[in-house]
Design a protein around this ligand. Structure first.
Ligand SMILES: O=P(O)(O)OC[C@H]1O[C@H](OP(=O)(O)OP(=O)(O)O)[C@H](O)[C@@H]1O
Ligand SMILES: Nc1ncnc2[nH]cnc12
Length: 200
């Protein structure tokens, strides 16, 4: 599908067919949702789907995870009329931070960090990232927020894979994602049927 096209029938999750397949091998994530952000209607509908389960929740702040979680997180924050907090990969914040190490789908040990002067008891946070595969990244972000005494209201991502970690998040936190039930198995096998007709 043309990156900027908008179909007449915008069925649930229509924008997922804008995702590009990985052509670069196993050190990269397997699907590329960032192509859908190029399409204004796709990004708008995606963010609407992510916020919809949280309409009756009190949210003080949206936190997004470095790097692609910044795009969705900031869009979610402005849609909700809330501020945005960046959870960064370590080494970029020039202020006092709380750090958390974790392992993600690459199997490599990484560290993320968050500033100390925003999260505190009573602050209710919606965590946003682009994708949850092993759940290692999101679990580390949850730990960071909770170690500072703030509350995780919920977790939002374009997709939550049915891995052990993905299931743990779904069982323990309120969540939202954009994947219709009938497409979840394609997400879990990291190959969308729409890739068969994908042309860039
Ligand atoms: O559930 P996990 O196995 O922890 O993987 C999920 C993470 O992987 C991706 O980020 P990645 O670091 O690939 O890229 P980015 O910096 O471009 O967001 C994704 O956006 C999540 O942050
Ligand atoms: N399989 C995957 N597809 C897209 N983004 C990801 N981030 C982590 N794993 C991913």
């Amino acid at each position: 599908m043309d990156a900027l096209a908008v179909p007449a029938d915008r069925h649930k999750g229509w924008y997922l067919s804008l995702m590009a397949p990985n052509t670069k091998g196993p050190t990269f994530a397997w699907l590329d949702p960032s192509r859908l952000y190029c399409n204004y209607q796709a990004l708008t509908d995606c963010v609407k789907d992510l916020v919809s389960p949280f309409h009756s929740d009190t949210i003080d702040l949206v936190a997004g995870i470095d790097a692609m979680g910044f795009i969705l997180g900031a869009s979610v924050a402005t849609t909700l009329g809330k501020g945005f907090l960046a959870i960064r990969k370590a080494g970029h914040l020039c202020v006092a931070t709380q750090n958390q190490s974790y392992t993600d789908y690459t199997g490599r040990e990484k560290t993320m960090e968050v500033r100390l002067d925003v999260l505190k008891p009573g602050v209710r946070v919606l965590l946003v990232d682009q994708w949850i595969e092993t759940g290692g990244t999101m679990k580390a972000a949850i730990q960071l927020v909770e170690r500072l005494g703030a509350t995780v209201v919920g977790v939002a991502a374009v997709a939550i894979e049915n891995t052990e970690g993905g299931k743990w998040i779904k069982e323990n936190y309120k969540f939202s994602h954009c994947i219709p039930e009938e497409l979840q198995s394609q997400i879990d096998r990291k190959y969308m049927d729409s890739f068969k007709s994908f042309s860039s």
